[in-house]
Design a protein around this ligand. Structure first.
Ligand SMILES: *Cc1c(COP(=O)(O)O)cnc(C)c1O
Length: 391
């Protein structure tokens, strides 16, 4: 690594991401297309580099949650049509429309805002209209359909490019709500058609629904987690490849007597003569304090348990059983080393959460390095090197 930056970083395998995109596209039925969901900085993987890959392999659309996220991609020169999923304020809506972003409209209020702005500024709007088929969060409910149809009927400048909905339980194989949501969505689409609202596209499936094969031919899908190699199905073992490896190194190594206390709160006391490695990653980087005395990291291809509490900037590992450990040794906190691998799912299980949150927690203190095709490393767009240049 040629950068004078901290030895704790997330390595992003761009080729694995590319293969995952192909793998997801390959399981889609005829006429279906992928909307790559790159919200939350591509689930912590870095939205700009991954959006560029999406662009280069012909992904038709990118979805993000926020206007700010769409702006970041646009600012970086990404030209793929971009859908903003979450509700925007009136001010933000105007900016989004002037920027030509596609708006996810999740209620009559959002539609009224678009109606007002379109009339005021004289620009057309492209929207994807969300229907609440059972998630209970965003989207029009039955009682909203007539009001929405009335607005759309009176304003030809608002183009409804798609109707969409979101599954609540697709990660659980065979959950009955999923089938009910599909039916409810079709019913609501039919009702809207009676009211004069038709859209050329529909999309319902997230990664889990794609992996379950729940996509109707011609429907588009919104997939995020699967593209990063995350396991979308609770029972699943998909063939997708993890994209992120979170690495650090041993900064301090000591051999301590039995009965030595390690870390805050003295929650770990050595039972025998032990070797304790201190690694510069902590909860301020997104390595959760819930991993205290619970997590494991890979050192020389072996599992080293977290000894004591994870602190803000550091974690201590018990490397007693691992031969030859030395200061400077690579530590893999998330990802593979040797024959072993620590998955986001494993960490999530220990934390009592889901892999999505594990990825999103790894924050901007952790540089992202992108492995290019020739094997060299490229620093992420948000990361400045010591010299001050941003790549
Ligand atoms: C985040 C999100 C997705 C992507 O979900 P994955 O499980 O990561 O595939 C799809 N649709 C909506 C509305 C979302 O908010």
């Amino acid at each position: 690594m040629s950068y004078a930056q901290r030895p704790t970083f997330a390595e992003i395998d761009l080729d694995a991401f590319t293969r995952n995109v192909s793998a997801v596209v390959a399981v889609l039925p005829a006429g279906s297309h992928l909307i790559a969901v790159l919200k939350a900085d591509a689930y912590g993987h870095g939205a700009v580099p991954l959006a560029r890959i999406c662009e280069s392999v012909g992904v038709e659309m990118i979805a993000v949650a926020l206007l700010e996220e769409a702006d970041e991609l646009r600012g970086a020169g990404v030209a793929v049509p971009t859908l903003i999923l979450d509700p925007l304020t009136e001010e933000q809506t105007e900016i989004a429309l002037r920027s030509g972003f596609i708006l996810g409209i999740s209620g009559p209020e959002g539609l009224e805002i678009v109606d007002r702005i379109v009339k005021r500024i004289g620009l057309g709007a492209h929207v994807h209209l969300e229907l609440d088929s059972g998630m209970g969060r965003l989207g029009l409910i039955d009682d909203d359909l007539e009001a929405a149809a009335a607005i759309l009927g009176s304003n030809q400048a608002i183009a409804v490019d798609a109707l969409f909905s979101h599954y609540a339980c697709a990660s659980v194989h065979g959950d009955p709500l999923t089938g009910r949501q599909t039916l409810k969505f079709r019913e609501m689409c039919a009702r809207l058609a009676e009211l004069g609202v038709r859209a050329p596209l529909a999309h319902l499936a997230n990664s889990a629904a794609v992996m379950q094969g729940l996509v109707s031919p011609g429907d588009w899908v919104r997939s995020g987690l699967a593209l990063f190699g995350g396991e979308a199905l609770e029972s699943g073992s998909s063939a997708l490849e993890p994209v992120m490896t979170l690495r650090s190194t041993i900064a301090r190594l000591k051999e301590v007597e039995p009965g030595s206390s390690i870390g805050y709160g003295s929650t770990f006391v050595t039972r025998c003569r032990s070797r304790i490695a201190t690694v510069p990653i902590g909860y301020a980087d997104g390595y959760s304090r819930l991993m205290s005395n619970r997590g494991e990291a890979l050192v020389r291809g072996c599992r080293a348990p977290v000894a004591g509490r994870v602190s803000m900037d550091l974690v201590t590992l018990d490397v007693t059983g691992i031969p030859g450990v030395a200061v400077g040794d690579e530590v893999v906190v998330l990802g593979g080393q040797g024959q072993d691998r620590i998955s986001a799912e494993e960490i999530a299980e220990k934390m009592g959460t889901i892999p999505y949150e594990v990825f999103c927690m790894i924050n901007s203190r952790v540089p992202r390095l992108y492995q290019a095709k020739d094997g060299s490393m490229i620093s992420g767009s948000r990361v400045s090197t010591r010299a001050g240049e941003t790549t």
